[in-house]
Write a protein that binds this ligand. Structure first.
Ligand SMILES: N[C@@H](CCC(=O)N[C@@H](CSS)C(=O)NCC(=O)O)C(=O)O
Ligand SMILES: [Fe+2]
Length: 237
């Protein structure tokens, strides 16, 4: 890790969600990726303990399984800006990032790569200097995000991963939004060799994804309207 940036992986156990804190030691400004509503107060305490001030609370996508913590964090950090990829057209956010936008906070630079397929608005954030890749649900450790709701598409996800993630240097570390088996991190090299879905040819990948037969996330009907409203209670229910 570079001496200039504080990096923390945080976990919310009910939805098995990882959030990621990046803090600039020089400016004391921070970015939090994929916060969860029920851990927003915990995250705020950690940010304060580290003498950081939250500049951005951003999401990799409109989550279906939990409510984002972006809105709750506004109570702790009144100046915080929320951010989301510009492909998430129906969702509210202070900023919507276009493909290849660079989000700079002090000495932290996150490149925004649009990686639709799990949802139409998914993005992957890449910190090139540190070799960190925040894939959201596009690439999970030895898996990938399902493609059966939120305008998901297996063919689109395959293209996104091949073009936007597998083309990164092999040693870059992959930090996903979830893991259900206690794993925390992988790498581009590891997933290119060992991912049981994404090592397949496109047609076989699509076949696998279209036959997962997973139950919908338990909270999907609650989470989507709140997350479209940036994690705040929707006006119309
Ligand atoms: N059981 C959980 C939801 C599990 C799930 O569907 N996870 C999503 C990511 S959150 S949108 C997924 O894409 N999983 C891929 C897979 O192969 O499991 C709940 O009820 O919340
Ligand atoms: Fe998701």
């Amino acid at each position: 890790m570079t001496a200039k940036v504080i990096f923390r992986q945080l976990f919310e156990k009910e939805s098995s969600t990882f959030s990621y804190l990046l803090g600039c030691k020089r400016t004391r400004k921070a970015i939090l990726i994929d916060p969860v509503d029920i851990t927003a107060a915990r995250d705020a305490e950690i940010i304060r303990d580290l003498n950081l001030n939250l500049a951005y609370a951003i999401n990799t996508h409109v989550h279906a399984d939990h409510i984002t913590g972006t809105h709750n964090l506004r109570a702790h950090f009144p100046e915080v800006k929320t951010g989301l990829g510009s492909g998430a057209k129906i969702a509210k956010s202070d900023e919507k990032f276009p493909h290849l936008h660079i989000l700079t906070v002090g000495d932290i630079s996150l490149e925004v790569r649009h990686t639709p397929g799990h949802t139409n608005g998914c993005v992957t954030y890449v910190e090139h200097k540190m070799g960190l890749v925040f894939t959201g649900d596009a690439v999970l450790i030895r898996g990938c995000g399902r493609t059966d709701f939120q305008e998901g598409s297996a063919a689109t996800l395959y293209k996104s991963v091949m073009e936007q993630i597998w083309t990164l240097p092999d040693h870059f570390m992959i930090y996903p939004a979830h893991d259900y088996k206690g794993r925390t991190v992988s790498s581009v090299d590891e997933e290119k060799r060992l991912n049981p879905r994404l090592t397949k040819k496109k047609d076989e990948f699509i076949q696998i994804m279209n036959n997962l037969n997973l139950p919908y996330p338990k909270k999907i009907d609650l989470a989507l309207p709140w997350n479209i409203n940036c994690g705040a209670e929707p006006l119309e229910k």
